[in-house]
Design a protein around this ligand. Structure first.
Ligand code: GCW
Length: 727
């Protein structure tokens, strides 16, 4: 009986305390396989740290949590002995100082991890110039163990290639999220500053583990309340929670704040009262948040106010805010996502036309924050022509981690492949090799500042991102912002190992599945350079026929130009001439016959019977791509089905079900688009490819009145607040 009870107890103790549901992200720290435990245990026996600070404490507690979990026995604070992990900076730790480590090139945030000897004991040293560097190094050390890398003879030095690595949350103050597909906002402003729930800290740990060092907390289509004294007070409490993890807070600022909040008659940046207002507002924020990061501003875009309302340039608008921030070291991220309903120019050209002449006119503490492509986070876009064309301006790359145009919650599309496509894109700005990565890391034009921004996919869903695999996009964004040269495969391997299992059979099957998911979505939604074929408002599902929206450039027909002759947007010199915004070698390529077919319909208008490289007509090729997309998703589904033995029930079955939804919706995309395009091409389906099962009217009639993430949030009027005394 006793033996039975003991055995039962043992079983209970070894079963994880809670089922896997994704809440722990890639920081699960589950016990390693028995076979390797014996190798690792002697290499991490205790944590030795001298000095104390909130960031060092965070590093210590992460190591304690991580090592104790992974090694399946308590690993706590100790003294130097064989296997100790010695952490710190030369400034606060005499032990580290005594080692005379080469830390100078690591900057403020870099770290060094080295197997070393202290007092005759074999130890691992995690050292940096700052406590936050120590925290980053601790996460990196844990990652090595989490991914079963050898840790006995380490000599690793790492420093971020980009200085600012930011998430932009598009969260509204009422808890909804524009383009959010993972529940409601994690920011519970109503209970702040008194109640600061545990998820802020978990989010901070996750961000720090991949090096994200700033977040802007509210929608860029901004609510002026965010700048009110009341909300800055709440933000200060959030900043206190995030600070130990090296994360600064930023705010999306509404350009009309001097009028709405400050009750001035104008927000004209040339007006001295407006300048004084921004200064007073900013000074007041810094009194409460001394390390406040700065502002993100969406101006004169999609109805947002901006300097153009006063006949001022984007630079004049950015600079008035930058001048207020400069004495405090704050930054303005001024978004380049502008297009105007009054401008008939090809939308793809408008941002470049507006910003290029302003190169050199922005203050040093301004970034022009530019989306990866010139339209809007499409499944595939050529890189934005502004990269490489603004040598005297700090350019930040903005990518979307939330999947507005990539199937939203349920489509598995591994975004680091897309991010890499852009980072590795050659702008030819200074000859071959002038990649976007070199533009944004400052090296191409010799800028000190550098930044990459991701539109967050985090919500209050239990698993944070709505789908298990969307966590990889958050993870991968951070890893690439730290080191853009990492490969999408390596990032997938790390993330899978930390999130699921390091079993090679699993990685060998799932990495290729993740990598090809990126092309799959392009194939079944917008192959061969098609873009913006999405249903109205929520962008969920296909709507290539939509032509009734107020502004031409909101309509999918504006982008596909389908008619009886052919398909595609002529952006060559005989059309909108957007190709001329690229460096000459690219301009020639994109307007000529050798254009890569993946970008064909983005830049050129092509007859339905045009011969493609495959020998097929455009029409046949289009159909083949749609069907290839579906076939790839079917393969992904099969791969995942075979992974059942490797994955816990909840995460496996959610992913399996989502893949089934993805397959169904890929088919829907294909059928709806083919039904529409066929009404122009009038060509037969190529042999072996079935026609859509329904007529076009059927697909047009499908509606989703309550699809999530729509941008129709309206902020509460500010005028019912009598006074907003700034501190
Ligand atoms: O991608 C588009 C979205 C809008 C968004 C806008 C932007 C916040 O459809 O919802 O608004 O871009 O980036 O400003």
């Amino acid at each position: 009986m006793f033996r039975f009870l003991a055995a039962a107890l043992l079983v209970l103790l070894t079963v994880p305390a809670r089922a896997e549901d994704g809440y722990d992200l890639w920081l699960r720290y589950r016990p390693m396989e028995a076979a390797v435990l014996a190798q690792y245990r002697p290499l991490a026996t205790a944590i030795v740290s001298q000095g104390a600070s909130p960031s060092l404490d965070a590093a210590k507690s992460e190591l304690t949590r991580g090592l104790s979990g992974l090694l399946d026995r308590p690993v706590g604070a100790g003294t130097v002995a064989d296997g100790a992990v010695v952490i710190g900076t030369p400034g606060s730790s005499p032990l580290i100082a005594g080692l005379k480590l080469p830390l100078t090139n690591l900057g403020k945030e870099g770290y060094l991890i080295r197997s070393s000897s202290v007092g005759g004991h074999a130890v691992t040293v995690i050292a940096a110039n700052s406590d936050i560097g120590v925290l980053y190094g601790s996460f990196a050390f844990l990652r090595l163990i989490q991914t079963r890398q050898p840790v006995a003879r380490l000599d690793i030095a790492s420093a971020p290639r980009l200085k600012l690595r930011l998430l932009n949350h598009w969260d509204n103050l009422d808890g909804t999220i524009e383009r959010g597909y993972a529940g409601r906002s994690i920011f519970d402003w109503n209970k702040m500053p008194d109640y600061m729930g545990p998820r802020y800290t978990v989010m901070a740990r996750a961000n720090a583990s991949v090096g994200i060092n700033g977040i802007s907390v509210n929608n860029v289509s901004a609510d002026v309340w965010m700048l009110s004294s009341m909300y800055i007070g709440k933000l200060a409490a959030l900043a206190d929670v995030l600070r130990p993890y090296g994360i600064r807070v930023y705010v999306a600022a509404k350009f009309s704040a001097p009028v709405e909040l400050g009750r001035l008659k104008t927000a004209d940046p040339a007006d001295p009262q407006v300048q004084a207002w921004w200064k007073k507002e900013v000074d007041s924020i810094y009194r409460r948040i001394p390390d406040f990061g700065g502002f993100v501003v969406k101006a004169n875009s999609e109805g947002q106010p901006g300097p153009r309302d006063y006949n001022r340039t984007q630079a004049e608008g950015a600079n008035v805010i930058a001048d207020a921030l400069a004495p405090h070291g704050g930054i303005v991220f001024w978004r380049a996502f502008v297009y105007s309903e009054k401008d008939p120019t090809d939308r793809a050209k408008q941002a470049y036309n507006e910003f290029k002449p302003l190169d050199g006119k922005f203050r040093d503490n301004v970034f022009v924050q530019t989306k990866n492509g010139a339209i809007d986070f499409q499944p595939r876009e050529p890189a934005h022509p502004m990269f490489g064309a603004m040598p005297k301006t700090n350019l930040a790359l903005e990518v979307q981690i939330t999947k507005e145009y990539l199937g939203q919650t349920t489509h598995l599309v591994y975004l680091p492949v897309l991010f890499k496509e852009i980072l590795d894109w050659d702008t030819f700005a200074k000859g071959q090799g002038s990649t976007v990565a070199k533009v944004i890391d400052g090296s191409l034009e010799g800028h000190d500042q550098s930044a990459m921004v991701g539109v967050s996919n985090i919500g209050d869903d239990r698993n944070w991102t709505g789908a298990q695999f969307s966590q990889a996009d958050w993870y991968g964004f951070g890893r690439l912002a730290w080191e853009p040269s990492l490969s999408a495969e390596q990032i997938a391997r790390e993330w899978l190992g930390m999130t699921f299992t390091n079993d090679p059979a699993f990685a060998n099957a799932v990495i290729p599945m993740m990598i090809k998911s990126r092309e799959a979505v392009v194939d079944y939604m917008t192959p061969l350079g098609l873009h913006h074929q999405f249903a109205t408002g929520h962008h969920y599902g296909p709507g290539p026929w939509v032509s009734d929206l107020a502004r031409p450039e909101w309509n999918p027909v504006y982008y596909n130009h389908a008619d009886a002759q052919g398909l595609g947007f002529d952006r060559t010199p005989s059309g909108s001439d957007a190709t001329s915004q690229y460096a000459p070698p690219l301009a020639r390529l994109f307007s000529g016959p050798d254009i890569p077919e993946r970008d064909l319909l983005w830049f050129q208008r092509v007859a339905w019977d045009h011969r493609m490289k495959s020998g097929r007509t455009l029409w046949d090729e289009l159909v083949v791509h749609y069907d290839t997309g579906i076939a790839t998703v079917a393969e992904m589904e099969k791969t995942w089905a075979a992974m059942k033995p490797h994955v816990d029930e909840e995460r496996w079955s959610q992913t399996a079900t989502f893949l089934a939804i993805q397959k169904k919706e890929a088919q829907w995309w294909r059928d709806a688009c083919i039904a529409y395009f066929e009404s122009f091409s009038r060509m037969p389906m190529p042999a072996g490819h079935a026609p859509p099962p329904h007529d076009l009217a059927y697909y047009k009639a499908i509606t989703f009145p309550y699809a999530p993430g729509r941008p129709d949030y309206t902020s509460a009027p500010f005028h019912n607040r009598p006074n907003d005394p700034m501190e």
